[in-house]
Design a protein around this ligand. Structure first.
Ligand SMILES: NC(=O)C1=CN([C@@H]2O[C@H](COP(=O)(O)OP(=O)(O)OC[C@H]3O[C@@H](n4cnc5c(N)ncnc54)[C@H](OP(=O)(O)O)[C@@H]3O)[C@@H](O)[C@H]2O)C=CC1
Ligand SMILES: CC(=O)N[C@@H](CCC(=O)OP(=O)(O)O)C(=O)O
Length: 314
């Protein structure tokens, strides 16, 4: 049997990338909406209820509207927006979160895809909170550098169409310190409060690296950077897509610089630990359109439909 799949938001950045993946999967049949009807409520509703699984690749408000249109118990939903990521009736689509999460996703009909920055933060810090190394009330901070495709069609066209010098420089944003990923960062990291988070968008298409500076003197246990690497390596040892890199700070620099693009076009998330006796830096690197969005969405679909979790992903 081939599963019927509909992508609401099929012509957007995340939707198009999901289509690429689906086109290589012979177990699914993609049903499409006419482009000019893509915002027509009745046309969308009809396809949503026809499908076995629907990806929502829409702004939050349109995602909520789509969910309200489901009239049957069969249709499973994977939502890429921020709308349901902290809704406890939904399952957070991060199978590597802890040992029960994969099972929850497999049995769920409503899964939200984590935000890209949130993915990088949670996967790096959560094991250290769970292992009683970092206290729950640790005042965490993090910063991120990301490609402009994370901003969807609007930001992509701003970067592709403009010749403004400003766009050649990295640019901070969310400086009111209220980035939309903060609630999920708090809920799923195990920390009592959200980190102080400052993202930076760069003049390149895709690829993300999120850094978390840490002071071990504020930890519950005394531990070196090298031992932190070992804790993360043990925590993720059976995870196909999380690669905890060996503790070799200098090995990751090319001519003195870190390569943020190395995981592009894959579903890998690489975790690095750098440090000295007084300071530790956790760094997660991945493709914002891969493990940060469409790759993660496909990984969730594979689990929800009973395929191999890595089917079509590399
Ligand atoms: N880009 C990324 O890296 C990531 C994005 N996300 C999230 O995924 C969702 C989609 O993002 P992204 O693909 O980047 O966004 P895009 O802006 O690239 O695409 C969104 C698509 O949704 C369509 N759309 C808007 N409103 C409606 C509606 N009412 N009914 C039907 N279609 C509608 C748009 O139509 P039109 O063609 O007219 O613009 C567009 O094609 C967002 O919630 C975003 O936050 C999540 C993780 C990463
Ligand atoms: C450059 C840029 O604007 N990036 C987006 C990331 C998009 C993303 O992962 O998240 P959502 O799914 O929550 O939209 C941002 O930081 O808001």
């Amino acid at each position: 049997m081939r599963y019927q799949i509909f992508v609401d938001g099929q012509d957007g950045t995340t939707g198009l990338k999901i289509h690429d993946y689906l086109s290589k999967n012979s177990n699914v049949e993609v049903i499409k909406i006419d482009s000019e009807s893509r915002k027509d409520r009745d046309a969308r509703s009809s396809l949503i209820n026809e499908a076995d699984l629907v990806f929502l690749c829409l702004p939050d408000s349109a995602s909520k509207e789509a969910v309200s249109m489901v009239r049957n118990k069969r249709t499973k939903i994977i939502d890429a927006s921020t709308a349901f990521r902290t809704n406890l009736e939904w399952t957070y689509g991060l199978p590597e979160l802890h040992k029960h999460q994969r099972n929850s996703i497999q049995n769920s009909t409503r899964v939200s895809v984590p935000g890209c920055h949130a993915t990088g933060f949670i996967l790096a810090i959560r094991p250290l909170v769970a292992e009683g190394i970092i206290p729950k009330d640790y005042p965490a901070t993090c910063y991120s550098i990301t490609g402009y495709s994370g901003g969807g069609k609007k930001l992509i066209s701003a970067y592709s169409d403009s010749k403004s010098d400003q766009l050649f420089a990295p640019r901070h944003y969310a400086l009111s310190l209220n980035h939309k990923h903060l609630p999920e960062m708090q809920l799923h990291s195990g920390l009592n409060s959200a980190p102080l988070f400052t993202p930076i968008v760069g003049s390149y298409y895709q690829g993300l690296a999120l850094s978390i500076p840490l002071f071990p003197k504020m930890f519950l246990k005394q531990i070196t950077a090298k031992e932190v690497q070992a804790v993360l390596a043990a925590y993720y040892k059976d995870e196909r897509f999380i690669r905890v890199m060996p503790y070799e700070s200098d090995a990751y620099l090319e001519d003195g610089f870190f390569n943020v693009l190395e995981c592009n076009h894959t579903n890998y998330l690489d975790l690095f630990v750098f440090g000295n006796k007084d300071e530790i830096l956790l760094l997660s690197r991945f493709d914002n359109l891969g493990k940060g969005a469409s790759g993660a969405a496909i990984q969730n679909m594979n689990m929800m439909l009973g395929f191999d979790e890595d089917l079509g992903l590399k």
